[in-house]
Design a protein around this ligand. Structure first.
Ligand code: AMP
Length: 417
């Protein structure tokens, strides 16, 4: 595998997979350009070396069809402004041969949304998994995906993958394309390298005590990570909506709180495993209960094990917040995924805020803190604390799969694993 920092791109055409799946308002204006800014170090390095750029990305889920709502033409000017140079636009990523061939050193070309072609995702279209012809259709689509990837590869001398957000997908542009470059001509971009290092810090290079904070709404979506982390962490804080599945499993009364009744055994099993493995499992003891799922609901503080009928736990209570903060403050490695309450409502942010403040304090005292997975990132951004933790991951699903210990196809395709 080549290295972006030492590679000299002078005179080379670089095919760079980025994640420019930025949110747009109804007028097609970018509402958050974090992802564009995230890719700039890689893109600028290539241009500054005297290379040329063929930038490719997906946007949204157009499901293999052209859809102007997801056209990357809407962000071309913003990309040009961020790069400080003109950016040409290829209206079809699959027929950009001439435009790519014409690129001179220092020039940039943005390809239209890769997912306008079904070959990008490589899933057969218009046929259900249960249909008899599905396997044949899948095989045919995989062959088409390979041809599509080969065609993209033909535009350039070197391939760079800087799209961590899609690294858990084996798509044409994220993984298959890498097969058409030798080891000296494919590499991870700077953003991807940072993500890989951050994950390594919490999986393999652990300073103790190691605390994982898992929040969000459901235990069922986090079980893979919880199980993987159980062998690694010293403290496991489980918060958010999950609290009430654990409370009910232990015989508690949870009122209208979110609760997965089919996961009560799983909750008890997690508690048992934690005990067997010597992991300090920290659950909420009190909560802020509300009489409606609304920011303006009436509230009361009550035991997480005894919530009155008609009320639901929407945030961690004061005793719980202090308990969580104490554990976090004494940690040296911290992974945070998922809020401790319905933080989207301003009146139910206290639990997540207490976690965020403690993570920041621990970080100031030398801990490595990784915050990742959609909602916890939104959370630290809401509190304006993103710059005060060690690393905020750009990957949602990709980060979670990496932490579960899965090999990410986008990274494996480059590292040759
Ligand atoms: P997830 O995508 O599983 O990480 O869940 C994030 C969502 O969980 C956020 O939208 C929160 O509003 C929600 N959440 C956190 N705590 C609770 C709770 N006590 N009740 C209902 N939803 C919650």
């Amino acid at each position: 595998m080549a290295n972006i920092d030492s590679f000299n791109f002078a005179g080379k055409k670089a095919l760079v997979r980025v994640d420019f799946n930025v949110p747009l308002d109804e007028n097609g204006h970018i509402t958050d350009d974090t992802r564009i800014r995230g890719a700039l170090p890689t893109l600028k390095k290539i241009l500054n070396d005297g290379g040329s750029l063929i930038i490719m990305s997906h946007m949204g889920k157009p499901k293999g069809k052209v859809n102007p709502k997801y056209s990357l033409s809407q962000i071309k000017d913003a990309v040009a402004k961020a790069l400080g140079t003109d950016v040409a636009f290829a209206e079809d990523c699959a027929t950009a041969d001439a435009m790519a061939a014409d690129l001179k050193p220092g020039q940039a070309l943005l390809l239209e949304n890769l997912r306008f072609h079904p070959e990008e995702e490589g899933k057969p279209v218009g046929i259900d998994k249960e249909d008899p012809g599905y396997d044949a259709a899948k095989k045919e689509m995989k062959a088409r995906q390979k041809d599509f990837a080969k065609h993209l590869a033909s535009y350039a001398d070197v391939y760079v993958n800087d799209a961590f957000g899609t690294a858990h997908r084996r798509h044409a542009s994220t993984a298959v394309v890498a097969d058409f470059f030798d080891n000296e001509h494919k590499m991870l971009g700077y953003l991807m390298e940072k993500e890989v290092k951050a994950v390594d810090n919490v999986l393999n290079n652990i300073k103790r005590p190691f605390t994982a904070i898992m929040g969000g709404s459901k235990v069922s979506t986090k079980i893979g990570i919880i199980e993987n982390l159980m062998d690694k962490v010293d403290n496991l804080i489980l918060c958010g909506g999950m609290t009430y599945t654990f409370a009910k499993a232990q015989g508690g009364h949870v009122g209208n709180s979110i609760c997965e009744n089919d996961k009560l055994d799983l909750a008890l099993d997690i508690m048992k495993k934690a005990q067997e493995k010597g992991v300090n499992l920290v659950l909420g003891t009190d909560c802020v209960a509300a009489d409606a799922f609304s920011n303006d609901a009436h509230t009361q503080i009550c035991s997480a094990m005894d919530i009155p009928d008609g009320w639901e736990g929407l945030d961690a209570g004061p005793e719980t917040r202090e308990k969580f903060a104490e554990v976090i403050r004494s940690s040296k490695t911290i992974l945070w995924n998922g809020p401790a309450g319905v933080f989207e409502f301003d009146n139910f942010t206290a639990g997540s805020r207490a976690i965020a403040d403690a993570v920041v304090e621990a970080t100031k005292n030398g801990a490595f803190s990784l915050v990742g997975g959609g909602d916890s990132v939104a959370c630290v951004n809401k509190f304006g604390l993103a710059d005060e933790v060690s690393y905020v991951s750009t990957g949602g699903g990709a980060l979670l799969e990496a932490i579960e210990g899965k090999v990410l196809p986008g990274i494996a395709a480059i590292k040759g694993e």
